[in-house]
Design a binder for this molecule. Structure first.
Ligand SMILES: [Zn+2]
Ligand SMILES: [Zn+2]
Length: 329
C-alpha cells in the first residue's frame, strides 16, 4: 500500500510524494499518524539543510497517532492512542551510557536519520511509544513533544510563583514555556517579546504580557532565549537582573559571540536546555489530557500533508501569521 509523505530533497525543496507504507521490523509497532506538527528544527532543515542525513527523507518528529499493528508482548494493542519519543540516540557515547539521551553526542531524530511522521504511517520500536488517553484532544496531543521541551525548560529554571520571567521569542517553544510557567508553576509576571502581532495575541491568551521589545532598563529574575539570533541572546543577557538566570533553548544557525563580562560582573547563571527525557513527555501528555495546560491557542493551522510546502512557506514568512501548523495525513 502507498501513502502520501512530505519529503526533503534540498533547501526549500520539499515534495509530497507517494511512498510505501512501512512494514514493522521485529520489535516495532505500526502507528497511523493522526496529526503531526512542524517544529522549529524542521525549519532549520527546510532553510539550511541542518540535521538531515538522507536525501530524500520523510520529515517530521512531532505527532500523535493510533496503533494499527502491535506484536505480542509489545505492551500495545491496535486502537491505542500514542505519542512517541522521537529521539534516536547513538546508545554508545558517554551521555548515552549515563542514560542522558538528550545530550547524546550523536543525537538524531526521526524525520532526520530515519523516516519521520509527515505521512500516513510510521513504524517505531515499542519502547519509543507512550500510550495516552483516548479522551484527550488529539490536535493538542500532537504538541506533547514540544510541550515536553517547555516542561524541561521550566524544570531547569527552578521557577517559583513570584519570579518575574521574560521570554524572548514567541515561537511554539517560547509560547509553550509561558503556558507551563503560568499554568503549572503559577507565575503571574511573564513577559513575552516578539515582533509578530499574531504571536503576541496568542501569548496573551496563555497568561503572558506581550510586547514588541523589552522596555528600556527593565530586568527580570529569569530570561528564556528562544529566538535564536545573536541580538536576542545579547538582549537576554542585558535584561536579566544581577544574580539572575538566562536559559538558552534555541538552536543557532550561526556562531554567537557574547560579552562574557556581563556574566561575571552580574553573576548570571547561564543554562542550556535540550529536548527532554521520557518522563517529561509523560508529564506533557498528562498536562494536555487533564486540560491543565491548554495548548490550543498555539495551533493556528491544519494543512493536509499534500500542502506541506505551503505550510513551510507560511511559517517562514517575514511577518509571522502562524505559530504551530499541524499536518494531517
Ligand atoms: Zn520538535
Ligand atoms: Zn549517544
Amino acid at each position: 500500500m502507498k501513502m502520501k509523505a512530505l519529503r526533503w530533497y534540498g533547501i526549500h525543496d520539499v515534495r509530497a510524494e507517494e511512498i510505501d507504507k512501512p512494514v514493522p521490523a521485529a520489535g516495532e509497532v505500526l502507528v497511523r499518524v493522526l496529526y503531526a506538527g512542524i517544529c522549529g528544527s524542521d525549519l532549520h532543515i527546510y532553510n539550511k539543510g541542518m540535521f538531515i542525513q538522507n536525501i530524500p527523507e520523510t520529515m517530521g518528529h512531532e505527532f500523535c497517532g493510533v496503533v494499527e499493528e502491535a506484536f505480542e508482548g509489545s505492551g500495545f494493542a491496535p486502537g491505542d492512542c500514542v505519542i512517541a519519543n522521537p529521539m534516536v540516540p547513538c546508545g554508545t557515547c558517554e551521555s548515552c551510557l549515563r542514560g542522558s539521551f538528550n545530550t547524546c553526542e550523536n543525537l538524531g531524530f526521526i524525520g532526520e536519520v530515519r523516516q519521520g511522521c509527515f505521512t500516513g504511517y510510521i513504524a517505531l520500536p515499542a519502547d519509543r511509544l507512550i500510550r495516552v488517553s483516548a479522551d484527550a484532544d488529539m490536535k493538542q496531543m500532537a504538541l506533547a513533544e514540544p510541550l515536553a521541551v517547555a516542561v524541561n525548560i521550566c524544570k531547569r529554571a527552578s521557577l517559583k510563583p513570584d519570579d518575574s520571567l521574560a521570554i524572548i521569542g514567541a515561537g511554539p517553544i517560547g509560547l509553550l514555556t509561558a503556558a507551563v510557567a503560568h499554568s503549572v508553576y503559577g507565575l503571574q509576571d511573564i513577559t513575552i517579546v516578539n515582533r509578530s502581532e499574531t504571536r503576541r495575541r496568542i501569548a496573551e491568551k496563555l497568561g503572558a504580557r506581550a510586547l514588541a521589545a523589552i522596555p528600556q532598563g527593565q530586568h527580570f529574575d529569569k530570561v528564556v532565549e528562544s529566538a535564536g539570533s545573536p541580538s536576542t541572546l545579547q538582549m537576554a543577557l542585558e535584561s536579566v537582573r544581577a544574580n539572575g538566570t538566562v536559559l538558552v533553548v534555541s538552536v543557532f544557525e550561526e556562531n554567537v559571540t557574547i560579552d562574557a563580562n556581563i556574566l561575571v560582573c552580574s553573576q548570571i547563571t547561564l543554562i542550556g536546555c535540550n529536548c527532554y527525557d521520557r518522563e517529561d513527555l509523560v508529564t506533557a501528555a498528562d498536562l494536555i489530557t487533564s486540560g491543565r495546560v491548554d495548548v490550543s491557542p498555539i495551533i493556528t493551522d491544519v494543512f493536509p500533508v499534500e500542502e506541506g510546502k505551503t505550510a513551510f512557506e507560511k511559517l517562514c514568512a517575514r511577518e509571522k501569521q502562524a505559530a504551530k501548523i499541524l499536518l494531517q495525513p
